[in-house]
Design a protein around this ligand. Structure first.
Ligand SMILES: Nc1ncnc2c1ncn2[C@@H]1O[C@H](COP(=O)(O)OP(=O)(O)O)[C@@H](O)[C@H]1O
Ligand SMILES: Nc1ccn([C@H]2C[C@H](O)[C@@H](COP(=O)(O)OP(=O)(O)O)O2)c(=O)n1
Length: 226
């Protein structure tokens, strides 16, 4: 019926390294597609916050697994509402603090913790008719059967520059490299987010501004979702 278009079911999976623009671009793409938005990195950050809050020794794999399984985690999937809670406590801001960024790889490299979060992420994705989910293993592990799968990349230089601006230009080059490059190096020991898997489209945002990147991602989604 005219003016009453039926929205088709849609799952979009987007992966990429730190600072490539995954979160900001996926959120905007979700708004324009009338879809929900899932930031899986925020889930890894939230369970890390929970493990630290509970005094967990992050070098003890069994203790990390237990802390992740026990985490009562809520994450908003509304692209216009950023909200993450653990046991009812609002941790939306806290999970972005450096103490979480520095610890998160210890959880993200724990395979049992990953299995637990992958299962929760699949449940969230399945509960939505239309959703854009982003992270490091969404195209390959969490939703390999998504309607559209994209690897969003950018040069190291662009990623460091963007993260530096995002953090207010106060960080030293060494601190930024530790946050962006060293964390990616640790994380990529368990998941591949630097090379596109078969059937995954690559969007390189190095020479694109934000709006151009959103346009390129939306074009890659329509090209795949036929
Ligand atoms: N194509 C782009 N051009 C310029 N800046 C961008 C672009 N994409 C994202 N940004 C900015 O770079 C910063 C990092 O993006 P973000 O979405 O947080 O990356 P990621 O989730 O991959 O770590 C944000 O401040 C964002 O607004
Ligand atoms: N699907 C995912 C998403 C994030 N992670 C890990 C990798 C990162 O170190 C942390 C936090 O992810 P996040 O996307 O917030 O990272 P950025 O700071 O945006 O680079 O979680 C993961 O292993 N798998």
């Amino acid at each position: 019926m005219e003016g009453c278009a039926v929205m088709q079911k849609l799952t979009v999976a987007i992966d990429g390294p730190s600072g490539s623009g995954k979160s900001s671009v996926s959120k905007e793409a979700a708004r324009r597609l009338g879809a929900a938005y899932l930031d899986t990195g925020a889930m890894y950050r939230a369970v890390t916050w929970h493990a630290l809050d509970a005094g967990t020794d992050l070098s003890d794999a069994a203790a990390v697994e237990a802390a992740v399984k026990a985490a009562d985690l809520f994450i908003s999937t509304d692209p216009d509402l950023e909200l993450v809670t653990i046991h009812g406590t609002d941790v939306t801001q806290a999970i972005r603090e450096p103490f979480v960024s520095e610890a998160v790889s210890a959880v993200a490299t724990n395979l049992a913790a990953r299995a637990e979060l992958v299962s929760r992420q699949r449940a969230i994705i399945n509960a939505h008719e239309r959703i854009v989910a982003e992270g490091r293993d969404i195209t390959t592990v969490v939703a390999p059967d998504a309607n559209a799968r994209i690897l969003l990349t950018a040069s190291e230089e662009a990623r460091l520059r963007r993260r530096g601006l995002q953090l207010g230009g106060t960080q030293s080059a060494e601190a930024l490299e530790a946050q962006v490059l060293a964390r990616d190096a640790k994380d990529s020991t368990v998941v591949n987010f630097t090379v596109a898997a078969d059937g995954v489209a690559t969007v390189d945002s190095s020479d694109l501004d934000f709006e151009q990147t959103v346009t390129a991602v939306l074009a890659a989604i329509s090209a795949q979702d036929k």
